[in-house]
Design a protein around this ligand. Structure first.
Ligand code: HEC
Ligand code: HEC
Ligand code: HEC
Ligand code: HEC
Ligand code: HEC
Ligand code: HEC
Ligand code: HEC
Ligand code: HEC
Ligand code: HEC
Length: 426
């Protein structure tokens, strides 16, 4: 074998060996990275106590704090190196089981300290306690009410999980149930006399349906509207900004409509006056008009300026809806009959976009803007309808042509047949 060929064989064999060895290594199970269960005085003794005293030590391995090298003493104080009961000597800083009212201070020791938090994770904010103190929960807690939500009511304890952990009680899809534990419990909330329907209503709303039903990550959970820690109902004049986190265009239109000043002076809540707060349902054109279920009818007489505007907007929307529906029907018929209708589909789809735009523009209450959007849409749908009609006419023309051709062929065949019959054979 010549040198070159021998060299090639050797390289190929070596390559194959390398390929299989790495392939096998990849297929072999990766070494398990189960964190070593932490072990110190507190954990060793508590693990063997049984019941409520053992549970914290047995379930702590997943705790975000333990994963970062903290142990029981982070919250309870004491001396983790001492093996006996002296570990829990108050002289060694042991604080025992913190009461709800102590939690903002216990957790805030680190979570309100930028120096400490920066060392571990600079991206975690340090305003949780400050915001909590401004919430209805925090205010009532300071006033001595121990039944409101505190840090562990929402985050759990033993373990406290990262907020991005899908098992965390504050993971977006779990937040509604976490709040509902108290807010949907009639007996628990009785002393406060506030509604307990938020969860039930939210579940069936467009938002609840999207988050809980379809797992949409864009839809808001309770905390997106109420804040993570500053839980207060949005004030009537700040609702639009809450919604605008995700619905900016409606806020902008609302802000320059006559409704903004009118709602403000009458103390009417923005957005939710028409949409509701927890039970927001899918909007429809029936919301616009002068008689129920139109929302405008709640506040405007049919002959008032608002009522007249409602009627004009609704009529404009209905006109465009009808003309796009009619055009859509023509185009579909032509397409089913075998015509290529791509040319008509573009204006048709643009007309539908104009309808979506016009519905959105209704928030600005400018009749000129709504009507200009709808008339542009009507123009586009007429264009599509014309193309649809032309397609159908073409089909009709071809059909007639075919019939004529068939008749001619039939006549010719008959003539030929008669001719062959009358002509004597050779
Ligand atoms: C030698 C065993 C032992 C060690 C070590 C130990 N504990 Fe305890 N711990 C106990 C027992 C027993 C109790 C129940 C005492 C009681 O009810 O008075 C207890 C109770 C507690 C309680 C509950 C107090 C309450 O009021 O319900 C906490 C919190 C606690 N320990 C935390 C710690 C921490 C933190 C450490 C480490 C610094 C620690 N323990 C070390 C045995 C131990
Ligand atoms: C991040 C803070 C934190 C850490 C870390 C922590 N605990 Fe706790 N622990 C608490 C809080 C807060 C409570 C009070 C219960 C509550 O608010 O729900 C508590 C309650 C307890 C209780 C009383 C349980 C009961 O049902 O009465 C025991 C016992 C206890 N902890 C032991 C431990 C042990 C042992 C460790 C370490 C393995 C530990 N804790 C780690 C915050 C913590
Ligand atoms: C009413 C429920 C509730 C209460 C009470 C609460 N939290 Fe939170 N917390 C949340 C929610 C919801 C999130 C956000 C989860 C997310 O980002 O998806 C959060 C996030 C956090 C985070 C992650 C960083 C951040 O700020 O987003 C920390 C740390 C935290 N909370 C600490 C605390 C502390 C400390 C307390 C007590 C002072 C507390 N929480 C009280 C619900 C609560
Ligand atoms: C000894 C300091 C210390 C104490 C006390 C403490 N934490 Fe933490 N906590 C941390 C640090 C540091 C982290 C960041 C871990 C990381 O992401 O690297 C953290 C993370 C968290 C997270 C996860 C944040 C996220 O972005 O996912 C939550 C939730 C949390 N802590 C809640 C609490 C609560 C509730 C208490 C009181 C019961 C508490 N912590 C007490 C230091 C502390
Ligand atoms: C441990 C029980 C508990 C949990 C969990 C809880 N809350 Fe509360 N919440 C209360 C209590 C009690 C009040 C006081 C009611 C009052 O005085 O109006 C309250 C008050 C409120 C208020 C003010 C209501 C008002 O107008 O007075 C809002 C908003 C609120 N909670 C939102 C939430 C949200 C959002 C969550 C979940 C992220 C949540 N709560 C979790 C018990 C809880
Ligand atoms: C889309 C935003 C939004 C979401 C999501 C939302 N809320 Fe609200 N919530 C509001 C607004 C706005 C108010 C103020 C009510 C008003 O004055 O019109 C409110 C009021 C409240 C109140 C005060 C009592 C009441 O019913 O008026 C509580 C308590 C409350 N919400 C809890 C919750 C809980 C629990 C959830 C989750 C199951 C939740 N909210 C989800 C916007 C929201
Ligand atoms: C965190 C983002 C977020 C916030 C905050 C929010 N929404 Fe939404 N909203 C959504 C998403 C996402 C959808 C689409 C849900 C779906 O997939 O059907 C939606 C849907 C809607 C719809 C139905 C739209 C349609 O075309 O069918 C209305 C109406 C609505 N939201 C009103 C509000 C109001 C009013 C508020 C404030 C009180 C609000 N939203 C707050 C994200 C948000
Ligand atoms: C005066 C009553 C009214 C107010 C106030 C109002 N909306 Fe609407 N909204 C409507 C009507 C009516 C529709 C449906 C139009 C249709 O489908 O014909 C609608 C539709 C929507 C939609 C569906 C998409 C769209 O734009 O058509 C969203 C999202 C929405 N509104 C959010 C908001 C937000 C956010 C606010 C506050 C900034 C708000 N709305 C204020 C009446 C109102
Ligand atoms: C919650 C009550 C409320 C609802 C619902 C409501 N409006 Fe209004 N609207 C007002 C108030 C208050 C004014 C201030 C002028 C007035 O008193 O008519 C106003 C003013 C107007 C104006 C300006 C009138 C002028 O005098 O310049 C128009 C246009 C209007 N609304 C249209 C509508 C339409 C269309 C709807 C339904 C989509 C609607 N409104 C729903 C309360 C409401």
């Amino acid at each position: 074998m010549p040198d070159r060929a021998r060299w090639c064989v050797i390289t190929a064999v070596a390559g194959l060996l390398w390929f299989f060895s790495t392939g096998l290594a990849a297929a072999a199970p990766a070494p398990q990275t189960v964190p070593e269960p932490p072990s110190d005085g507190c954990i060793t003794c508590h693990r063997n106590l049984g019941g409520r005293l053992a549970a914290p030590a047995l379930k702590i391995a997943d705790d975000i704090h333990v994963r970062r090298g903290f142990t029981c003493t982070a919250c309870h104080g004491g001396d983790a190196k001492a093996p006996g009961m002296e570990a829990m000597d108050p002289k060694r800083g042991f604080v025992g089981r913190p009461k709800p009212a102590d939690l903002p201070a216990v957790c805030g020791k680190c979570h309100s300290s930028p120096e400490i938090m920066r060392r571990f994770n600079p991206r975690i904010p340090t305003d949780e306690v400050a915001r909590f103190q401004t919430s209805v929960h925090g205010q009532k807690l300071s006033a001595g009410d121990q039944r409101v939500a505190t840090c562990t009511s929402c985050h759990g304890v033993h373990p406290i999980l990262a907020v991005t952990d899908s098992r965390s009680p504050v993971f977006p899809s779990s937040v509604p149930a976490t709040c509902a534990r108290c807010h949907a419990d009639a007996a628990y909330m009785k002393p406060y006399g506030i509604p307990i329907t938020q969860y039930a209503e939210y579940k069936t709303s467009v938002h609840g349906e999207a988050l809980l039903g379809r797992g949409s990550k864009q839809a808001p959970a309770c905390n997106d509207c109420h804040g993570n820690h500053g839980a207060v109902p949005p004030g009537v004049d700040s609702v639009a900004n809450v919604c605008a986190q995700c619905h900016g265009s409606q806020r902008d239109l609302f802000t320059r409509s006559p409704h903004r000043a009118a709602f403000e002076s009458m103390g009417l809540p923005q957005c939710t006056a028409c949409h509701g707060n927890h039970q927001i349902s899918r909007p429809s054109d029936e919301m616009v008009g002068t008689s129920p279920p139109a929302v405008c009818a709640q506040c405007h007489q049919a002959d008032s300026k608002g009522g007249v505007a409602a009627k004009v907007i609704r009529t404009a929307l209905e006109d465009l809806k009808q003309s796009t529906a009619a055009a859509g029907d023509l185009v579909a018929r032509a397409e089913n009959a075998g015509m290529d209708m791509s040319d008509a589909k573009l204006p048709l789809s643009d007309a539908r976009t104009q309808l979506i735009l016009a519905r959105n523009l209704a928030h600005g209450l400018s009749l000129r803007e709504v009507q200009s959007a709808t008339s542009e849409g009507v123009g586009l749908s007429r264009k599509a309808a014309d193309l649809g009609r032309a397609g159908l006419a073409e089909i009709e023309f071809r059909r007639r042509g075919l019939v004529a051709a068939l008749v001619v062929i039939a006549v010719l065949s008959l003539g030929l047949y008669l001719k062959t019959r009358t002509t004597p054979g050779p």
